[in-house]
Design a protein around this ligand. Sequence first.
Ligand code: NI
Length: 180
Amino acid sequence: MAIRKIARMGHEILKGIANPITDPTAPEFTRLAQDLIDTCEDIGGNGIAAPQVYEPVRMFVYRVRKEVMPVGAKMAEIPWTVVINPKITPLTDEKKAYWERCLSLPGLYGQVRRFTKIRFEAVGLDGAGITITAHRFHARLLQHEYDHLQGQLLLKQLKRKVRKEALKEISIKGFPGDKI
Ligand code: NI
């Protein structure tokens, strides 16, 4: 078990396109996946992508717990799931806005528009393919983590005015919890 340091907005590692993983079954990726789970579990998060722990590869882990689902959501909980080399295909034109937060932007919430239904393809640590159709909250979470592999943070998805306000807030106060 290893809890890794989480990169925060502004760090170069969060801005690059992460590299495809050629051998998902290699032991180093099993270790990385466990570190991602341990790190995310420790901070009570729902998902974390490898670049957020300074590893520029196309992997993320996520889970869906009852307590974080929007009120009235009918989906089942999803245990920790490891995905490698994911691909997202929107299955609708519809996008909805909802509040999101990110471990690399501690203390901030932003409303982000996401596709409400997607096809999600990836491989697991055993190298086997995963293909699912994800809706609403599940789809949102997958799109959020996928963006990390593309070097994008949720701030980029915010409306310009909101983004400006958020950046102003960060530059004046620093991230909440930061020691000066
Ligand atoms: Ni994030």
